[in-house]
Ligand binder design. Structure first.
Ligand code: ASP
Length: 439
């Protein structure tokens, strides 16, 4: 059995967190692949190592000395080393790095040192082999990964060393140079490593006990989700619930590897298990209709009315105009002589009048109307699928609470129902759905 355990920045922020990681890893000998982020914030007013390294690079570009920040970063690593009693000459490595610091230093290389040094310290502390991402995570220039090469490098290292620590967030290009992933990319490294060694589970250790059923800023003490399918998670994530890097899902989903979100600061909590499908509902969640609720504010609805509307060609013309302006569509609903399209306010803010005038010229509609300040709330739940009467229950509860639903959208897989409400009724909508069907 192999478990891949990825630890995020807050899980490795200082020596005390390193100790927690060690006890988690040692608690189960199957945790043979450990993926590490750069040390994160130790308190809310602290800085992430990655941010400090980006700041160093900005100083280099503008020809301003970054030595104080650079030495601060070095000190953080030295403090962890000293508090854990490790034997590792960080000073020598930082001096070599300092010699190379000029405006031609690659930002990718410099910033990747956060993950690199945190992982070297962790490998020394755990007594695991340090497997540099530059020797096992391969990508091309546009960021796609070479899964075959990754698989053979990681399998080979596991045969040789049995247990390895891999730094997250960067890969090696065909030229051998280092390429950073997008922010939060260590999640992707963990997923690639899990896929490469056909792990039994990919554990993503963070500072929350799994994905919550609703936003805790709106609902008091929402419960964590015990089990969720990849498809449900995608619905929630698209509506703003963010826990994992989006690109970290595919490598494990494709191989049917379950993904377990766990809390380093509360390791006995089972967290959230994300799986491809759930045949039998055996948990307490069974009595909840919804798996989770997520939503976002500030959308607009463009409603168009035209006598004898040609569904195909008129809609196509409007979609073309929106595409030319790079406006991402959230929802469309089509009537006999009308349709309405929902998009984020931020994507149309400065161009909405141009868009309307182009539509007017092209379609000559009877009317075009824009409704602003709309929020979308998604009620997501696999148990809604093919069960009659569900939308009636939800709408009834919302109606009783005085929520006026302005649009409704349901995917054909019936995994989610999305309602559009006024921004001012956003919180009430989330609360009513949570209290009635999830909490
Ligand atoms: N350290 C990087 C970041 O702060 C990558 C990661 O933590 O996953 O985004």
């Amino acid at each position: 059995m192999i478990k891949v355990a990825k630890f995020g920045g807050s899980s490795v922020a200082d020596a005390a967190q390193f100790k927690r990681v060690k006890s988690i890893v040692e608690e189960n000998p199957d945790r043979r692949v450990v993926v590490i982020s750069a040390a994160g914030k130790r308190s809310s007013d602290d800085h992430k190592m990655t941010d400090l390294l980006y700041l160093c690079h900005a100083h280099l570009l503008y020809g301003v000395s970054c030595e104080p920040i650079f030495r601060d970063i070095e000190k953080r690593f030295c403090d962890i080393r000293d508090q854990l009693g490790l034997d590792f000459n960080i000073e020598a490595e930082f001096d070599t790095l300092w010699e190379k610091m000029d405006k031609d230093m690659s930002v990718d290389y410099l910033v990747s040192r956060g993950e690199y040094f945190t992982s070297r310290l962790m490998a020394a502390y755990l007594g695991f082999h340090f497997l540099d991402a530059s020797d096992c995570i391969f990508s091309d220039y546009n960021g796609s990964f070479d899964m075959e090469k990754i698989e053979s490098a990681i399998k080979e290292a596991l045969r040789k060393y049995k247990k390895v620590v891999i730094p997250g967030f960067y890969s090696s290009l065909p030229s051998g140079k280092i390429k950073l992933m997008s922010r939060g990319g260590s999640d992707i490294t963990g997923a690639l490593a899990a896929a490469a060694c056909n792990a039994d589970v990919y554990e993503n250790w963070t500072d929350v006990s799994g994905i919550l059923m609703a936003d805790p800023r709106i609902v008091k003490d929402p419960k964590p989700i015990e089990k969720i399918t990849y498809a449900e998670l995608r619905e929630l994530a698209s509506m703003g619930a963010s826990v994992l890097h989006e690109e970290s899902i595919l490598p494990v989903k494709e191989k049917g590897i379950p993904l377990n979100i766990r809390n380093t600061n509360n390791p006995s909590h089972p967290g959230t298990m994300i799986v491809e499908s759930i045949d039998k509902e055996e948990t307490q969640e069974e009595r909840f209709l919804l798996t989770g609720i997520a939503g976002r504010k500030n959308f607009e609805i463009l409603s168009l009315r035209k006598h004898n509307l040609d569904n195909n060609s008129d809609l196509r013309k409007v979609l073309e105009i929106l595409e030319n302006h790079k406006i991402a569509i959230e929802h469309i609903s089509l009537g006999l002589d009308s349709f309405s399209i929902v998009f984020a306010k931020s994507s149309v803010e400065s161009i909405i009048y141009d868009v309307i005038s182009e539509i007017q010229k092209s379609l000559k509609p009877d009317s075009i109307d824009i409704q602003e300040n709309m929020a979308l709330v998604a009620a997501v739940g696999r148990k809604m699928t093919f069960r009659p009467g569900i939308s009636g229950l939800l709408f009834n509860a919302l109606g009783k609470a005085g929520v006026n639903i302005r649009t409704i959208a349901q995917g054909s897989d019936e995994l989610s129902i999305v309602v559009g409400v006024d921004n001012s009724q956003f919180d009430t909508t989330v609360r009513v759905l949570y209290e009635g069907f999830a909490g």
